[in-house]
Design a protein around this ligand. Sequence first.
Ligand SMILES: [Ca+2]
Ligand SMILES: [Ca+2]
Length: 247
Amino acid sequence: MFKKPVLSLLILPALVAGAGAARADVITQWNFNSVVADGSTSTGSSDPSTGGGAALTLGGVTAAFASGAANGGSSDPATSDDTGWQTTGYAAQGLGDGQFGVQFNVSTVGHEAVSFSYDLRHSNTSARHERVQYSIDGLNFVDAAIFSGAAGDTWFNSRSVDLSGIAGVADNASFALRVVAAFAPGSSLYEASSPTGSYAGGTWRFDMVTVSGTPIAPVPEPETWAMMLAGLAALGSVGRRRLFSQG
Ligand SMILES: [Ca+2]
Ligand SMILES: [Ca+2]
């Protein structure tokens, strides 16, 4: 008669342990495509295509839309009407290191093991070096990675930064990320993306901007365990339920 509840007791810890190995979810993603495909890659949306958040520009940068498929293309699986977020208005040579670029505000509430990835097309005269920064208060930004895009008119896909080991990133409503144009390391000048070109501001085109994380598994309280056991017991026969209510 007690066989079923005893079995449930054995299974429950296994279920809870399994929840800890949950796969990362997309918290928020921007594909910048038109919400309703309209056949034009010069129209799109800067609202997230998945989840919630805000895409902003920094410094003198302004944004428009351009093809996500041209010049080799981003990793966007869209087969038509694939748009990227085209940014321009970057700083003059020798000015504004780390001040010009884009920012993405994404709440990580309910998630841990957060990671960030994006595709970026560098134009010939754009800054070769892009710095990724994060903020846990939405105001102060800290360097997390620097990437080099050493080719012009070229997409660099699946840039990825693992932020899982950084305190304060998980479960944070004020979390934000930046990708900013940076001077060449050890220099006070921008280097052009094209090895044969000169820096002139240029354009950066983003696509598939993605913040991912693992859902935070709730730690069951003793009361929760009792409720779970009661729920499982309720699945049993009327006779067993009577027995439990008497205990
Ligand atoms: Ca469009
Ligand atoms: Ca796209």
